[in-house]
Design a protein around this ligand. Structure first.
Ligand SMILES: [Zn+2]
Ligand SMILES: [Zn+2]
Ligand SMILES: [Zn+2]
Ligand SMILES: [Zn+2]
Length: 379
């Protein structure tokens, strides 16, 4: 006789074997290069899929034995490996609209905490109309005594129908809603608040980054002007020298002419522009003292003194840093290559991730509100 433990061990071994097979199978089609999904290792063919909240992998509804019409009712999905093998979580379902054959989730107003028993007002009316015409037949899910309780507060058939719009289920002010779940929801709302703050920070960092780009443009223009002025001054000096050497040898003179021709051209400036303050900004926990406003000239981001010393400091510069910006030629600065793209990519990724976390918590809150009423101790 096999004991319960034996059976469990056997099942576990089978699951581990299944997991090993799944995890070691090819992630891409060797012929087409297409990404492969699910335990069946097929590409995305448009079939309904669900993403596991534990491993972020996609699975076909069909392959997981899920009914296609339950699509909108999945709140949080955990694949069999994440659920049974790694115990990361259990699949959560949203409550279904009470109307038969409707597989939409019930409507929850997150701002008021009001929970309907139906996906929409129309279905609430349909449901009650149906129940009324069936005169409480056997499959009625509203018990007679429950129903008479509702009817007591209703004076007309019309208001009876309207009752179905939303049975009063404001969880926030309802003493029957389990306190434990209220606290859970409060905690999640606090998490949401923190996530929103983080999102705001990412936005600010993005603005700072884009502002830095504007700074670089202004630097480029300023440096171009300085180079031009330096070039002109040099030309004037050269001309003076030429005049002084007017009576010098003819060979020497022609050489000089060709030289001054070259000096007429000042190369367009394209500095690296990496801002050494960026690493500070990146690690900042609070960006309260960072002012981000449109930038049109040097004085919008440099002090008066810095602006007036800009040209001198540029000419004297030896370490290629001018007021925290790297002024090395862009295509010669390997230390900071692609700094903007790298940083903006990372911020965009953070943005995406935070929004994903937000969506996940919102799903859980919705689940808790809709299922909190029949709270089970072991949840
Ligand atoms: Zn599949
Ligand atoms: Zn998983
Ligand atoms: Zn419905
Ligand atoms: Zn640089």
């Amino acid at each position: 006789m096999e004991s319960v433990n034996d059976i469990k061990n056997k099942e576990n071994k089978q699951l581990i074997a299944k997991y090993k097979k799944y995890i070691s199978s090819a992630k891409y089609d060797p012929n087409t290069g297409e990404e492969l999904y699910c335990i069946c290792r097929r590409p995305d063919n448009g079939e309904l899929m669900v993403c596991c909240d534990g491993c972020d992998q996609w699975f076909h509804f069909k392959c997981k034995g899920l009914d296609l019409k339950l699509d909108k009712l999945v709140s949080n999905y955990y694949c069999i490996f994440c659920d049974e093998l790694f115990e990361k979580g259990k699949t959560l379902w949203k409550k279904k609209c009470l109307l038969k054959n409707c597989y939409n989730p019930i409507n929850i107003d997150l701002s008021t905490g009001k929970v309907s028993k139906y996906c929409c007002n129309e279905h609430g009316k349909l449901y009650l109309r149906h129940k009324f015409s069936n005169k409480f037949d056997n499959d009625s899910s509203i018990k007679l005594d429950e129903f008479s309780k509702i009817l007591k507060d209703v004076s007309s058939f019309d208001s009876f129908l309207r009752l179905g719009d939303h049975l009063p289920m404001d969880y926030k002010n309802n003493p029957n809603f389990p306190e434990k779940i209220k606290i859970k929801i409060d905690n999640m709302n606090n998490e949401l608040k923190k996530l929103n703050e983080s999102l705001k920070m990412v936005e600010l960092k993005k603005s700072y980054l884009n502002n830095t780009r504007e700074k670089v443009k202004i630097y480029n223009d300023e440096i171009f002007k300085i180079n031009n002025a330096m070039n002109e001054a040099k030309q004037v000096a050269d001309l003076k020298q030429e005049e002084e050497q007017e009576e010098a040898a003819a060979v020497k003179k022609s050489k000089k002419n060709s030289k001054s021709k070259n000096k007429n051209l000042v190369k367009k400036v394209d500095i690296c522009g990496y801002d050494y303050k960026l690493s500070q900004i990146e690690n900042a926990v609070s960006l309260n003292n960072i002012q981000i406003h449109p930038i049109k000239s040097l004085s919008d981001f440099l002090s008066e003194e810095e602006v007036s010393n800009f040209a001198t400091n540029y000419k004297d510069n030896s370490d290629n840093i001018l007021y925290s910006l790297c002024i090395k030629e862009r295509n010669k600065c390997f230390k900071h290559s692609y700094w903007y793209d790298i940083k903006i990519d990372s911020l965009n990724l953070q943005f995406q991730e935070l929004n994903l976390q937000k969506a996940n918590i919102n799903k859980k809150i919705e689940y808790l509100i809709s299922n909190g009423w029949d709270y089970l101790e072991d949840y």
